[in-house]
Design a protein around this ligand. Structure first.
Ligand code: ASC
Length: 550
């Protein structure tokens, strides 16, 4: 039977407010007074309308709908410099798009480094009424994991753009659904003025997941960290992974889950342990040696008091440098039987992207194939669709690097890079393979984890490896049988990840490292396809650069 799709209308006001998510008071960017912002709850096929008022007073904004492909509405992707001009302070902008598939998605700021100021939230799209999911549960909960910095986003970008380079450092705390606990006693006295840090502030009491003994829970766990790769665990409980980035996964049971910024997972957890006590739900940083204390929430068995501390020591997570452990989980994820969308067996084009840390005029940058990404002042979508001439670099970025002579285990001999508005023009409906190749940073014996996120598409994850990608032998090992489709995937230290996607969504789409500082420092590219098929652009996305007065 035909079910009428609904319009879900939201009115949001984006505003700076003082909040204490981890007990330390700072300015955050809130939506209707909240961080994380309101959860968007919808059903497959619904239209989401978000009327966004920018009340930041002196700052622009843009919001990206992470995992939503924006088919037919590329101007609603919310990516400043790519799909729209920024929303000016005082202006109201309306995002309108269809959530065409069920699953767990996110939204967050996509302008400068505003995401890390707290502008983010969940999108949960349920199956149409009458449609049965291949797994059962009694309750459905969304939990966003995050890391948290005490410096303002202005200080962060100023540090990253300074010479000599000033790294943003490790976050001060880890948040679970917007709550963390910073140890105020380690602050020097002057910072304590006016109660700037108060560990008994109710705003930073741990998030509580209340469960009824014997019931089964679908927990939608996602990460929007600025920097950290995380491992999440519910003490004493196994988790069965059933969904990743909106796709059903062949179920697998794990004790804890590695999750990278921009990823979403659904896990099934049964409240089947000793109900006389509570348990810790914990997030721990992996892949970096220095890290903030464990992020803690309480897995509360009803009717115990939700604030009753579990009697045990919280889980500390796996060894931070156990890449093999994380690689094994990456390899364990397969598309679920009955839900497999097989990839085309061959591709039309292979683009290899070497990820390196570089310098330009002494400024620290990240680059792919030695080209560091900068956003143009005129959004590509408008520039291409309206033929606004040379408002961005026309020179195609490199499709490869000198693999035969490049040692991924050494600091690059010449760290100097160039910069560009790197845009790859893809033939409409062509099949494209991307090989993401990781390498040593500018520090000896160091390679980091990079979660890459693609806008406007899902890609098949064909394979992972450690070491340099072998273009002859590694493709023979690709999983073309039941690869999972995702929109965000990890590239492990000194490793490679191979992806395939079909360029079938008219528009211009960013593809970038989801680490906030790394994209800001140039770790990204842009894909354009079928722009001539894009409908009439709304004038509301214009008003900057060459689009002024257009
Ligand atoms: O971009 C980065 O800079 C630092 C470090 O390499 C600076 O030395 C780091 O860990 C990053 O991810």
């Amino acid at each position: 039977s035909h079910v009428e799709a609904r319009i879900r209308h939201y009115k949001w006001e984006v505003k700076y407010e003082y909040k204490s998510p981890d007990c330390y008071k700072k300015l955050v960017i809130a939506i209707n007074g909240r961080t994380p912002g309101p959860t968007i709850l919808a059903e497959q096929g619904d239209t989401i309308v978000v009327e966004l008022k920018n009340s930041l007073l002196t700052e622009n904004v843009a919001i990206h709908w992470h995992g939503i492909r924006q088919i037919g509405t590329p101007w609603s992707d919310g990516t400043e410099g790519v799909s729209q001009c920024p929303i000016l302070a005082g202006d109201t902008f309306t995002y309108k798009f269809v959530v065409d598939r069920p699953g767990t998605y996110l939204y967050h700021a996509h302008y400068g480094m505003q995401r890390e100021a707290g502008l983010y939230g969940s999108i949960r799209v349920s199956v149409r009424k009458g449609v049965k999911e291949p797994f059962a549960y009694d309750e459905d909960r969304s939990i966003i994991l995050n890391d948290w910095y005490h410096r303002s986003t202005y200080e962060q970008v100023a540090r990253l753009s300074s010479r000599p380079f000033q790294w943003v450092g490790e976050p001060q705390s880890l948040l679970i659904q917007g709550r963390g606990s910073f140890n105020c006693s380690i602050l020097s006295t002057p910072n304590l003025e006016a109660g700037a840090c108060n560990m008994s502030n109710p705003e930073c009491s741990p998030y509580v997941i209340t469960v009824v003994p014997g019931k089964t829970y679908r927990l939608r766990i996602s990460s929007l960290t600025s920097l950290s790769a995380l491992n999440f665990e519910i003490e004493g409980h196994n988790m069965t992974v059933v969904e990743a980035d909106g796709h059903n996964v062949e179920p697998f049971v794990i004790k804890n889950i590695n999750i990278y910024s921009g990823e979403t997972y659904s896990v099934i957890v049964k409240a089947d342990q000793d109900p006389s006590r509570n348990y810790w739900a914990a997030s721990n940083v992996v892949s970096r040696p220095l890290h903030p204390p464990t992020g803690l929430a309480i897995f509360n068995y009803y009717p115990n008091h939700p604030k009753k501390s579990p009697p045990t020591t919280p889980p500390t997570g796996p060894l931070w440098n156990d890449t093999g452990y994380r690689l094994a989980q990456s390899n364990a994820i397969k598309a679920r039987q009955g839900y497999i969308l097989p990839p085309p067996v061959t591709s039309d084009r292979v683009i290899t992207l070497l990820n390196t840390q570089n310098e330009i005029n002494g400024y620290r940058r990240w680059a792919v194939n030695n080209v560091s990404f900068t956003l143009p002042h005129t959004p590509y979508l408008v520039a291409l669709k309206e033929n606004l001439g040379h408002s961005f670099d026309q020179k195609p970025p490199p499709e490869n690097y000198d693999a035969a002579n490049y040692d991924i285990y050494q600091v690059q001999k010449n760290v100097n890079a160039t910069s560009s508005n790197s845009i790859y023009r893809l033939k409409f409906n062509s099949t494209v393979d991307i090989i993401l190749q990781n390498a040593n940073t500018m520090n000896i014996n160091n390679s980091e984890t990079h979660p890459w996120h693609l806008h406007g598409h899902d890609f098949w994850v064909l394979g992972y490896g450690i070491g340099k990608f072998d273009p002859i032998n590694d493709p023979k090992k690709y999983n073309l049988v039941n690869p999972i489709m995702k929109n965000t995937v990890a590239v492990h230290p000194f490793g490679w990840t191979a992806l395939r996607f079909v360029a079938d969504n008219p528009g211009v789409w960013a593809f970038h490292c989801h680490i906030e500082a790394h994209f800001y420092m140039g770790m990204g590219v842009v894909f354009a396809e079928g722009v001539e098929k894009v409908g009439k652009l709304p004038s509301s996305i214009m008003g900057c650069g060459a689009t002024k007065g257009h």
